[in-house]
Design a binder for this molecule. Structure first.
Ligand code: 5RP
Length: 236
């Protein structure tokens, strides 16, 4: 299958572009992480370059977002220099009917939660394969842990009913190391009945920095689908 007809790629491109079109001149934009948001960053950069929008500054949620923003000419700032974020655009690994999310497939959920939670409007961009009835049904829940607390944190996660697994690198021996120098435990829960409670309980474990449950943060979910070979975007 060519890249031009790969349905997943078409959905990601379409939804990334749709989110980028919502960015207005003179705004501070949270730039998410992942392959879908990468298209949003690209199209924001193209709109800036063409003069369609101006005076945008981005706040990246990861090293990846920072590199892409620089590549596509989006000026960057930090949370020390601004007192608000107008809009954040970010991907997700799962979205439930209440618009709660699991994030962290790219091990960036800690910074993503900081930026996405601060945004006046948080737009989630996903392909239709990310929609689930209940969180945790298709994706393990990522939990970022400081390295010295790995063993006790895993034991505490088991007591909460989870099955923890240290995330290992690809083309890198040993564990994945986050942008903050920590590790990620991916946790299987048989059923996440109360995401808000689990989010708090996990973050209460000493040594846990942040987990990938995003509860009550999302304002808009744009879903990309492919119909008759063409990307179609709908709002959830
Ligand atoms: C990174 C994330 C990503 O937003 C999430 O994994 C979705 O990525 P993609 O758009 O590549 O499917 O949470 O930590």
């Amino acid at each position: 299958m060519s890249a031009a007809t790969d349905p997943i790629k078409l959905m990601k491109q379409g939804v990334g572009k749709a989110a980028a079109e919502l960015v207005q001149s003179g705004t501070i934009v949270g730039l998410g992480t992942g392959s879908t948001t990468a298209y949003a960053i690209q199209y924001i950069g193209e709109r800036l370059k063409s003069g369609e929008i101006k005076d945008i500054v981005g706040i990246p949620t990861s090293f990846q977002a920072e590199v892409l923003a620089k590549q596509y000419g989006i000026p960057l700032t930090t949370l020390d220099a601004v007192d608000h974020i107008d809009v954040a655009i970010d991907g997700a690994d799962e979205v439930d009917p209440q618009l709660n999310l699991i994030k962290g497939g790219g091990a960036a959920h800690t910074r993503e939660k900081v930026v996405d939670s601060l945004a006046a409007k948080f737009i989630v961009v996903v392909d239709s394969g990310k929609l689930v009835e209940q969180l945790g049904s298709t994706f393990l829940l990522p939990v970022e842990v400081i390295p010295m607390a790995l063993s006790p944190a895993m034991a505490a996660i088991k007591k909460l009913g989870g099955t923890p697994e240290l995330r290992m690198g690809v083309k890198k021996a040993g564990p994945v190391i986050t942008d903050q120098g920590n590790m990620v435990i991916d946790v299987k829960f048989d059923s996440i009945d109360n995401p808000a409670e689990l989010e708090k309980n996990l973050n209460n474990i000493p040594g846990v920095l942040e987990n990938g449950l995003f509860v009550g943060v999302t304002d808009v979910v744009l879903v990309g689908e492919v119909k008759d070979g063409k990307p179609v975007i709908r709002e959830m």
